[in-house]
Write a protein that binds this ligand. Structure first.
Ligand code: FEO
Length: 165
């Protein structure tokens, strides 16, 4: 069933937000490369790939329901951070905002009785728990061990192990 105009607009909005998320994490990856921290950069690059996959879930959903697919411009993402902790704290704070958006959208989908969108969003509700947890885990590590060169190199080696799924 074609989504109604309200849901179609929200699905497009979130698709574009997820494309931005991919852009945001690629910009963070670039910043980490410049800091000589390739493991942090690798983690961010994998995350950027996941965000693109999130955007494509909305894209496919709109396509399969014959909704309009409106890919818009991607806003500029920040390219400078004060520290590794500053970048990961920004990532965590961003994910909390994404979760709020997904939850609001779920509320609307339920009110509109758009059960197809509810099912799609159910996946995103669980995914956001992971997204917040994975960024917060690094924030906590950075807070615990501090940001001496040795600590950063240790975490960098660990984060380098993240592979695209
Ligand atoms: Fe797709 Fe990290 O939100």
């Amino acid at each position: 069933m074609v989504p109604n105009k309200k849901m179609e607009a929200l699905l497009n909005k979130q698709m574009n937000a997820e494309f931005y998320n991919s852009h945001l994490y690629m910009a963070m990856a670039g910043w980490f490369e410049g800091q000589g921290l390739p493991g942090f950069a690798q983690w961010m690059e994998v995350q950027a790939g996941e965000e693109r996959a999130h955007a494509m879930k909305f894209y496919s959903h709109l396509r399969d329901r014959r909704g309009a697919i409106l890919v818009g411009p991607v806003p500029a993402a920040p390219t400078k951070y004060k520290s590794a902790l500053d970048a990961f704290q920004a990532a965590f704070d961003h994910e909390v905002r994404v979760s709020e958006e997904i939850n609001k959208m779920m509320e609307t989908a339920m009110a509109e009785k758009d059960f197809a969108a509810v099912e799609l969003l159910r996946w995103f509700v669980s995914e956001q728990v992971e997204e917040e947890a994975s960024t917060d885990a690094v924030v906590q590590q950075l807070k615990m061990v501090g940001e001496s060169k040795g600590s950063l190199m240790y975490i960098d080696r660990h984060l380098a192990k993240r592979k695209a799924e």
